[in-house]
Design a protein around this ligand. Structure first.
Ligand code: ATP
Length: 200
């Protein structure tokens, strides 16, 4: 069984840049955002449940989940949000575990934006946090998404704080500099993780 390194960080912190650097070294990356889309793919049992709960209008004309419509239904509605999470979270967890079991490498990266918030650190042998000052997170996320400042700030407020995240970290990647500074930090961690995964 591969050692599991949970990779997390706030919005715009640079998780994708970091997981791409691990993937470039040949490390398997399991991405929670992709898994979350797979479990509600057309024809999935979870999607059938969502349709019977919310109605057919939650589907696009081609039969896919209409994410914007679903977001609108659960926004500011804690009961509906809890119902949806109770349905999808166990399915996401199960799918992640099966991808971890299938990983044919000494360790794998489990990239989860809300690793700490959703208490998925229990699935990981190590927690790696991508960190940069909040002002940089805000600037980078706004530039990437073309979103306004308030929207990104609201998302940041709903996430764990920078301090909370760092308290859970075994390792930290400092992404306050140039993008090119990530590769060296990842190369060092890669060596450590290979050594750790061999340790008894
Ligand atoms: P999210 O959780 O919102 O998906 P993320 O943590 O995966 O975000 P990235 O998508 O990797 O973050 O980075 C956010 C944006 O900032 C991207 O456009 C990325 O190219 C850019 N970026 C990341 N790191 C740096 C850096 N060191 N310098 C400049 N731009 C950066």
């Amino acid at each position: 069984m591969s050692m599991v390194v949970g990779l997390t960080g706030g919005i715009g912190s640079g998780k994708t840049a970091v997981s791409d650097a691990f993937a470039a070294l040949g490390v398997p990356v399991i991405d929670a955002d992709i898994v979350a889309r797979e479990v509600v793919a057309a024809g999935s049992p979870a999607l059938a449940n969502i349709v019977s709960h919310f109605g057919e209008h939650i589907l696009t004309p081609s039969g896919e989940l209409d994410r914007a419509a679903l977001r609108a239904r659960v926004f500011n509605n804690e009961t509906e949000k809890a119902w949806l999470n109770n349905l999808t979270h166990p399915a996401i967890r199960e799918q992640m575990l099966s991808q971890i079991a299938a990983a044919d490498y000494p360790y794998c990266i489990l990239a989860v934006p809300l690793l700490i918030e959703n208490k998925l650190t229990a699935m990981c042998q190590r927690v790696l946090v991508v960190d940069c000052p909040e002002a940089l997170q805000l600037k980078r996320a706004m530039r990437r998404d073309g979103s306004d400042e308030e929207l990104i700030k609201n998302i940041m407020r709903a996430q764990a704080s920078r301090t909370q995240r760092k308290q859970c970290a075994d390792d930290i990647i400092d992404n306050s500099g140039e993008l090119s500074a990530i590769a060296n930090q990842v190369a060092l961690l890669h060596k450590q993780y290979l050594a750790l995964s061999k340790a008894p």
